[in-house]
Design a protein around this ligand. Sequence first.
Ligand SMILES: *[C@@H]1O[C@H](CO)[C@@H](O)[C@H](O)[C@H]1NC(C)=O
Ligand SMILES: *[C@@H]1O[C@H](CO)[C@@H](O)[C@H](O)[C@H]1NC(C)=O
Length: 319
Amino acid sequence: MSILRIPGEAVRIVVWSFIIWIVLSTIIPQALVKYTNIEIQTNKYTKNTYPYNSLTSPTPLPIQNSTVYFIVGHPDDEVMFFSPSIIEISKVKYNNHVKLICFSNGDSVDESMGKIRSHELYESARILGISAEDVIVLEDEFKDGMNVKWDSNLIKQALVANVDMNDIETPKVFITFDESGVSNHPNHISLYYGTINFFNTYFKKSDNTNKLNSIFVLKSLNFWEKYSFTLLNNVELFVDHLSKLLINNILKLNANINITFFSKKNFKSASIFIYSDLNMLSVSYAAMSYGHFSQMVWFRYGWLILSRYLTYNHLIQLA
Ligand SMILES: *[C@@H]1O[C@H](CO)[C@@H](O)[C@H](O)[C@H]1NC(C)=O
Ligand SMILES: *[C@@H]1O[C@H](CO)[C@@H](O)[C@H](O)[C@H]1NC(C)=O
């Protein structure tokens, strides 16, 4: 009996945390927009996109009017780690052009798997909102493997070949793994060093013609944070709602201080925090479970439910 009780408790916590998360991430923000947005109130719209809320810090998202390259190692990295960022940055209101470069076809299990998995990447990208011509899979240059390091200069060359280097008008944003590679995966870590190498060679800020370009890395979460499901999001979203409520409604401070939890900019380097709502999470689930069907072994369902990466991304700007 007592053996059954512990998983029961855990399941209860996860379910309740999820319900609270739906309220904080989706119901409250959408209700606030519905009851405060003048366009919705009057049914007169000035833009071609519905006033849809976003949970980002800073607000509005600074990545706009750009070509954004997501640089990942394997088919399914884009969903399992980057989906909140991909979905948010792709929203029509930001006017970005999102592209995805995947350095392997994910054939570490067997060569014959490569074709299936690269095809699945196109399916998943389509669900996430990236069309096939914006997806690049490098089929055989880089070998997928838990103990394979990829050469930084080869990564640089591959990026030069696949990034539109001639378009110097549109700002470029490169987003990849950080130096811990989410789970210390050597392929991911190689992409961190290779992408920095590429960026420093061609897009250094000191070069005035290129000062619009930037590079971000996805902050790797420690074990407890990684598997915190929506618990930490709940705390952060709650504090944000509460602080806004206090400042705007109760204290009636229309002061020029924005003490919202989200607007904090106190990191050494610029950070962007992106939180999914239920609609965005549904898209991530669809991309993973339907797009990457071959990867949906039983434990992946558990991973999808517990992983914080599905609802939260912390991007750190390096340059
Ligand atoms: C993006 O372009 C639009 C339209 O030109 C402009 O209003 C907006 O300020 C730009 N966004 C940023 C962050 O530069
Ligand atoms: C606070 O936020 C409002 C609305 O987002 C903005 O207009 C204002 O400039 C901000 N004030 C400061 C000091 O950042």
